[in-house]
Design a protein around this ligand. Structure first.
Ligand code: PLP
Length: 370
């Protein structure tokens, strides 16, 4: 059957913004300011306010936000960075590109996030940082991870690519670590119409270094301090993101509403549903089920015209190109999650009827499969 309900449809959001969006694009085109201009500054201030941090530095992508954060912390060859193997490749690649050794440790099977006990057990004399991912929009256990990091003098770099809008006890994910990396890739919770990213930090010296690193080491006074990168955000992205930032909270609320409906309709299905502990606000960058017959469920949804996605079919320590760079032990929970997880559509423009259709179809498939 042709796809009735896609996994994601970015046109719906942009068509709804209509003339407002088009007017912004024309305004930037006519302005003569295209890279690191007034809209970028505006976005940095607005994001810093939203996150409750002192500094926000816009960069070219979420991947760069991670990599530049590690470089700014002087992490490199001989250093180890503890992270999760159950994430997007960019998380691990950022460590590899600094020359440091990624140390993937196992996840908590209930949350799919880094297990703090595994983090503590993996610390060595070479460990420099912990890189937790707030996977699918669910905050990692930052209280315990930050406590372990501070007792060993480690930096914490949060991967917030999927978690803008998530909170722990009212405090935004991305405000706990030494630095936090956000992505504005079009499919993320706040997405541009191209690539983009941002780093949040409370550390003024780190922020100063990051502003240099994103622009070839430019120190702002005509000199070049270090070998930097070209990772500048452009004005078109910043202008579009500023427009969308006004709708961010409403759109995250819509994601939560869809997730609650899925949870309700799939409660008796036997699938492992997303959970959030007391005080933890999930942002639902993804809505992900854990099921034994994952591939069959995905095929049956496809036959019914419903899109789904495999985040992630393979944990990163089993990627041939990445495994060689890592130091790791047994990671059974990450491997089990990769075999069981399936993500359902959860973009905010889904209608209530589409949401019910997805959930009821999935429930039927699971009933048949059981
Ligand atoms: C998307 C994503 C990234 C990378 O962001 P880009 O903007 O695509 O470079 C990093 N980590 C995670 C967990 C992601 O989902």
């Amino acid at each position: 059957m042709a796809e009735r309900i896609p996994f994601v449809d970015l046109r719906r959001e942009h068509l709804a913004l209509g003339r407002l969006l088009e007017a912004r694009l024309i305004e930037v085109a006519r302005s003569g300011r295209y890279v690191l201009g007034p809209y970028v500054e505006c976005l940095e201030r607005a994001m810093a306010d939203y996150l409750g941090v002192d500094h926000a530095i816009a960069v070219g992508s979420g991947s760069d936000a991670l990599r530049l954060s590690l470089v700014a912390l002087d992490i490199g060859v001989g250093d180890e960075v503890i992270t999760t193997p159950f994430t997007f490749a960019a998380t691990l690649e950022a460590i590899v590109h600094t020359g440091a050794t990624p140390v993937p440790v196992d996840i908590d099977p209930a949350t799919y996030n880094l297990d703090p006990r595994a983090v503590a057990a993996a610390v060595t004399a070479n460990t420099r940082a912990v890189l937790p991912v707030h996977l699918f929009g669910l905050p990692a256990d930052m209280q315990r991870i930050c406590a372990i990091a501070s007792s060993h003098g480690l930096a914490v770099v949060e991967d917030c690519a999927q978690s803008l809008g998530a909170r722990i006890d009212g405090r935004p994910a991305g405000s706990f670590g030494t630095a936090a990396a956000f992505s504005f890739y079009p499919t993320k919770i706040l997405g541009g119409i191209g690539d983009g990213g941002l780093i949040a930090t409370g550390d003024a010296e780190l922020a100063r270094r990051l502003r240099g690193l994103r622009n070839h080491g430019d120190n702002g006074t005509g000199g070049y301090d270090s070998a930097g990168f070209n990772s500048r955000l452009d004005e078109i992205q910043a202008a579009v993101l500023m427009l969308k930032l006004d709708h961010l909270d409403a759109r995250v609320a819509r994601r939560r509403h869809i997730a609650a409906r899925y949870n309700q309709l799939l409660a008796a299905s036997g699938a492992q549903l997303p959970t959030a502990g007391a005080g933890v606000e999930h942002a639902y960058g993804c809505y992900t089920l854990g099921v034994a017959g994952r591939d069959r469920l995905r095929a049956q949804l496809g036959e019914a015209g419903i899109g789904s996605a495999l985040y992630y079919a393979r944990p990163l320590h089993l990627h041939p190109r990445l495994a060689a760079a890592c130091r790791y032990g047994a990671l059974p929970h990450a491997e089990a999650a990769a075999a069981r997880c399936l993500s359902l559509p959860i973009f905010p423009e889904l209608s209530d009827a589409e949401v019910d259709d997805v959930a009821l179809t999935a429930a039927q498939c699971l009933e048949r499969g059981a």
